[in-house]
Design a protein around this ligand. Structure first.
Ligand code: ADP
Length: 584
């Protein structure tokens, strides 16, 4: 589609400009950009809208839709995940952020997975693996009479391979490595990141089963099993394992935990097998060889000023319009994407999973003057996500009418319970939106702000300073604004100790570290209740957080129905992505 001359120009914030030109613009052989922001968003909008032409019963015209998609993205109301922005309409054409690959218990299968991961990383996607099928270290290897080296030694190979493949310039691959808690090598896995820098291209998570959690509750032993032979391999004390897990997470943030039975309880297509891993940041459980593309609605822009009640201060009609359009966009991305393996194409096309989520949540709360750590905020989270899920499903139903349901619909839980038909086996996921939120200039995902003013290290040590615009505006409205105050806030990140500021300001403008852990969990659980896949959430804690704090966070995540949880104690690693002035 030819780029129309009357497209609205894109207004970029300073950080977006840096990120786009470093990584997202298509570049020529001399490294010079071949496009600007208008060119990028038109490339994406037109490539995704062109898929409409394949469906004769479509209710939309491709050229009109391309304009709508362009306006949707460039008004920062919705953005698709990074690989779509980078690769749509290019020769590479790989548009999904999330993949899960199987790792089988043989040298051939292990190295196939290493190769496939390399292909995915090259295309900008992240990979998740379960290592639970590998025989434990020191087991016999039938074909050679030797002994196996176990999941950890192979994980190291994946980590090294990732290190060597830089993605499209500077994006290094991201991985999730999962091991079931009943694998005989579990203790070694839990301790894998004891040395700083080890397995640094991996997030590690332990897959906890319901049986294990019950054993922790009762203080009982639980059985270990060699996956390749089904042989019992002794028992461990569940509480002791849980304690080591908590201790290690306190030390380094790893491993996180996923509740694997819960993930499978919500598996929409159990006839195709079990889910054993998630994508790198944990928000997207997938079947082996499955991929998923994500997209996020920016809630920050949906605030309506001048209305009395909270409900009237959110533009629900606009949210509905955005959701309808975004679901169509993400469904088209599935067809527009070229996957690195035929197996992946088949699995993706069979289930057609998409993951629509949100960003800018903390910014919306700021505008509404609702503290993140309040029951009102938690209630509103449920209400917003319930709305998104309902409208997302309605949109997917409409697509099923035009294009047919996802091919595995009949065997899926929806088909079995006669709930559909839907076009997509899953519709909602809440992603971290690490880069998308920079582009849109909003707070990331459903996280509270890390700091009201802070320095962000992105790519190659570049440092970007950011002041939250709603905070700045509120200070001006309250006549509290001064350069001196702003400097102090950049140093501290938080205003909790600034007693000269009105209490209601300190209540509303809270940061991740100001919030009691329980509120992080309540918020995650509220969004999870209405999300098909999972919610990316890190419980950020001050350096002073104790092991008891981590233990109770893990336990609360279990009790409140979360699918997993990640904690991060400020300063527990030497290099971290975000830091306040105090941390430097
Ligand atoms: P973005 O904002 O760039 O779209 P997110 O921070 O929302 O990405 O992450 C979403 C998913 O994208 C992650 O869970 C992971 O699957 C993938 N991803 C993120 N960063 C990387 C990376 N550096 N390399 C590969 N995949 C990544």
């Amino acid at each position: 589609m030819k780029q129309p001359e009357d497209l609205q120009p894109v207004v970029l914030n300073q950080n977006a400009e840096v990120v786009l030109s470093k990584r997202y613009y298509r570049k020529g052989p001399d490294g010079e950009p071949l496009e600007d922001a208008t060119g990028l968003f038109w490339r994406v909008a037109s490539a995704i809208a062109a898929e409409e032409g394949k469906y004769p019963d479509s209710s939309c015209r491709a050229d009109e839709l391309a304009r709508e998609f362009y306006d949707l993205m460039t008004s920062w109301k919705f953005l698709p995940n990074s690989p779509t922005l980078m690769n749509a309409g290019t020769d590479l054409g790989q548009l999904a952020a999330c993949f899960v690959l199987p790792v089988g218990d043989s040298i051939e299968e292990i190295f196939d997975a290493v190769k496939h991961a390399a292909m995915i990383h090259k295309s900008g996607g992240g990979t998740g693996f379960s290592f639970s099928r590998l025989r434990p270290a020191a087991s016999r290897v039938g074909s050679t009479g030797g002994v196996a080296s176990g999941p950890l030694s192979f994980l190291r190979i994946f980590n090294t391979a990732t290190e060597q493949i830089k993605q499209g310039g500077t994006r290094r691959g991201a991985n999730m490595g999962i091991l079931r808690v009943d694998h005989p090598d579990i203790l070694e896995f839990i301790r894998a990141k004891e040395r700083e820098g080890e397995f640094n291209n991996f997030n590690l998570s332990v897959a906890l089963t319901e049986d294990f959690m019950k054993a922790v509750e009762k203080g009982e032993e639980y059985p270990l099993m060699a996956p390749h032979s089904g042989e019992a391999k002794g028992t461990l004390n569940a509480r002791e394992v849980f304690e080591i897990l908590v201790q290690k997470a306190w030390e380094s943030g790893d491993p996180g935990i996923v509740f694997i039975d819960r993930i499978n309880r919500d598996n929409p297509t159990p006839a195709q097998g079990e889910m054993e891993s998630t994508n790198p940041c944990g928000e997207q459980p997938l079947l082996p060889y499955e991929a998923c593309n994500l997209g996020s609605v920016n809630l920050a822009g949906l605030y309506l000023a001048g209305h009395g009640s909270t409900a009237d201060s959110i533009d629900w009609a606009e949210l509905k319009r955005i959701i309808r359009l975004s679901v169509r966009f993400l469904d088209n991305v599935i067809d527009a994407s070229r996957y690195p393996l035929d197996r992946i194409t088949e699995t993706v096309h069979r289930n057609r999973k998409i993951g629509l989520g949100v960003m800018g949540w903390a910014d919306l709360l700021f505008q509404l003057r609702i503290p993140y750590d309040s029951q009102d905020a938690v209630k509103l989270a449920g209400r917003v996500m319930e709305f998104i899920r309902a409208e997302g499903r309605a949109a997917s139903k409409q697509l099923a009418k035009e294009r047919g349901p996802f091919p595995a619909y009949a065997e899926s839980v929806f088909g079995q319970r006669d709930l559909g038909p839907y076009r997509n086996a899953t519709i909602t996921t809440i992603a971290p939106t690490g880069t998308l939120s920079i582009l849109a200039g909003c707070s990331s995902g459903v996280e509270p702000l890390f700091a009201l003013s802070f320095a962000r290290h992105v790519m190659d040590g570049e440092r970007l300073v950011e002041v939250n615009p709603y905070f700045e505006q509120a200070l001006k409205d309250e006549q509290c604004y001064s350069e001196k105050l702003m400097e102090a806030v950049t140093q501290k990140g938080s205003v909790q100790t600034m007693e000269h500021l009105p209490q209601h300001m300190r209540d509303v403008f809270v940061t991740a570290m100001d919030i009691e852990p329980v509120w992080h969990l309540k918020m995650q659980a509220a969004f999870q209740e209405y999300t098909d896949n999972a919610v990316s959430k890190t419980v950020n804690l001050p350096n002073s957080a104790t092991i008891d704090d981590i233990r109770s966070i893990y336990w609360m995540a279990y009790e409140r129905g979360c699918k997993g949880v990640t904690v991060y104690r400020d300063g527990c690693k030497q290099s971290q992505v975000l830091c306040t002035g105090d941390g430097e």
